[in-house]
Write a protein that binds this ligand. Structure first.
Ligand code: GLU
Length: 304
């Protein structure tokens, strides 16, 4: 079936590294309203792929907050921690296609390589042609090509990246045996039948890697819409590391209206004084994407 004819299926995919904050609420609201407005399904996927980075109890707290804010997801929540077999199968396919290679390099060995825009070392290609004698494999990397990988984003326009120059051969299975986000997200979006990925523009630079993996695995490409990301007064993305305030349940109506405004929607002035049911009944039919600011980041509005 042609991609655009498939019925809409969207998702919200939080990582349980801490409680939800205003930044994650924006991605949840944008993906939810876009799916519902188009009569689509919307699922929640817990990206608990990296136990060392997880905060105990965060996954449960995130789901309770989403529920208290009035989000209704379709089907069961998918937990990436239980999906190892699917990632293994995808990796085996990449191995058969000779699209990946084993790499012996330590972080320190590649630390003096040129840096990508995101500040990560660009892999210099040391193990591309085989492991150096006497060295054991640590990570598995995808061999990237020296062409432009591009896609059209519904808000941010055409995005192009030369993966070889800007990212380098990237890791799909880490030295500690864990699967990398890039592989897991592509396998899950495909297996869950996701047609539309609506998420924060902080992931824009990762998307070409995901587009390459989709091509290598023979998956269709979903449509992408990368929303502006909320930043604090220092221009930093709201996150646990930048001490973003957790969302509270008492504040749900006000926060929801704030998220709608952040996304360029124009709720009536008194909407925050009503309740969640009223807010969602206004937001759903009113959702439009042509007033969302076409920016990658944007300061968080002052709390009122
Ligand atoms: N788990 C990722 C995050 O919280 C989002 C992944 C995605 O939406 O593709 O930043």
């Amino acid at each position: 079936m042609h991609e655009s004819k498939k019925s809409y299926r969207g998702r919200f995919a939080p990582s349980p590294t801490g409680p939800l904050h205003f930044g994650s609420l924006v991605a949840a609201v944008g993906s939810y309203l876009d799916a519902r407005k188009r009569g689509g399904k919307w699922s929640v996927r817990m990206e608990d792929l990296d136990p060392p980075r997880e905060a105990p109890g965060a996954a449960g707290a995130i789901l309770r907050t989403l529920e208290a804010y009035g989000f209704e997801w379709d089907g069961k929540v998918v937990f990436q921690s239980r999906r190892g077999a699917a990632y293994d199968a995808a990796l085996a396919r990449l191995e058969r296609e000779k699209a990946v290679f084993r790499c012996a390099c330590t972080r320190r060995e590649i630390s003096d390589s040129a840096l990508s825009l995101a500040g990560e070392p660009i892999y210099p290609g040391t193990c591309r042609g085989g492991l150096p004698p006497g060295r054991a494999a640590r990570a598995v990397r995808v061999r990237v090509d020296n062409g432009v990988t591009a896609f059209d984003d519904a808000l941010q326009g055409r995005i192009e990246q030369n993966l070889a120059r800007e990212v380098g051969d990237f890791v799909v299975r880490r030295a500690d045996g864990l699967f990398a986000y890039q592989l897991a997200v592509v396998v899950d979006d495909f297996e869950q039948g996701i047609t539309d990925v609506v998420r924060g523009a902080d992931l824009l630079a990762s998307t070409p890697r995901q587009v390459l993996l989709q091509r290598l695995l023979g998956y269709p490409r979903p449509r992408y819409m990368h929303l502006p990301v909320a930043v604090n007064r220092n221009g930093e993305k709201l996150s646990k590391q930048t001490l973003a305030a957790p969302l509270t349940i008492e504040d749900a109506p006000a926060q929801l209206v704030r998220a709608l405004r952040f996304l360029g929607q124009e709720p009536p002035a008194d909407l925050a004084a009503t309740d969640l049911t009223e807010i969602w009944s206004w937001a759903l039919p009113s959702w439009r994407t042509n007033t969302i600011p076409r920016q990658r980041s944007f300061p968080e509005p002052e709390a009122r």
